[in-house]
Design a protein around this ligand. Sequence first.
Ligand SMILES: Nc1nc2c(c(=O)[nH]1)N[C@H]1C(S)=C(S)[C@@H](COP(=O)(O)O)O[C@H]1N2
Ligand SMILES: [Mo]
Length: 256
Amino acid sequence: MGNSRTLSRRSFLIRGAAVGGTALLGGCDQLSQSPSFREFLERAEGLIQRAQRLVLSQRSLAREFTEADISKHFKANGSTGVDDPQYQRAAANGFADWKLTIDGLVDRPTELTLAELRAMPSRTQITRHDCVEGWSAIGKWKGAQMAPLLQSVGLKPEARYLVFHCADKLSAFSNYYESIDLTDAFHPQTILAYEMNGAPLPVPHGAPARLRVERQIGYKQAKYVQRIEVVASYKMIGDGRGGFWEDRGYEWYAGI
Ligand SMILES: Nc1nc2c(c(=O)[nH]1)N[C@H]1C(S)=C(S)[C@@H](COP(=O)(O)O)O[C@H]1N2
Ligand SMILES: [Mo]
């Protein structure tokens, strides 16, 4: 019984993804061939419903701007560098030895070099960043789309959230971290950005790679990402509220 319903939901999801851009459509064609992703779609009822809602409407994309709108000055906020000597050595070497870890509830835990990340399907977008402290800036971001990245490692059925572990400590004790759900993870504008305004991502803005999850507020845009951990729940991480600022009272869902 559920089969035809599931099938039509799946094709809905795949067709609907075209709204977000042709790159994702190509990715989804491949995704639909992959048994683990099919299984994942079939099990993740809630995800599919939310994904449909997202992909059915252009309104679900964060607004994009033109080159002329790019801010002359884009404030760097929070950490503007990383104290860790290992990070500093990597930075001095143009991040040639840097690696991004993707692990947790995945079929194939993976380490990617910056060159490998740059070789993944990418998206470029000019968007407005809004910080809760009351400033905004428009920037152009290029990065690896999260959906094909996740497809390449394969999600286990229990996967529900991505946790972004960052290299910087904003307090003496805790590294910065953030989390998003799979709805945001598979959104076409969700990228791991390695370029800002046409140049390699500068250190103050999170080099070599930072999250852009465009329908969310500033503190969700994790900089200095070194590990993406796929989890069923973020309760065991940090103080259990899903992010550095969430642990200090901010809302987990900061969507706009
Ligand atoms: N790793 C890390 N990510 C972070 C922060 C931080 O301090 N450390 N600050 C957050 C906040 S509050 C904002 S507004 C943006 C600032 O990004 P920007 O420096 O590129 O303007 O990064 C977010 N991501
Ligand atoms: Mo912010």
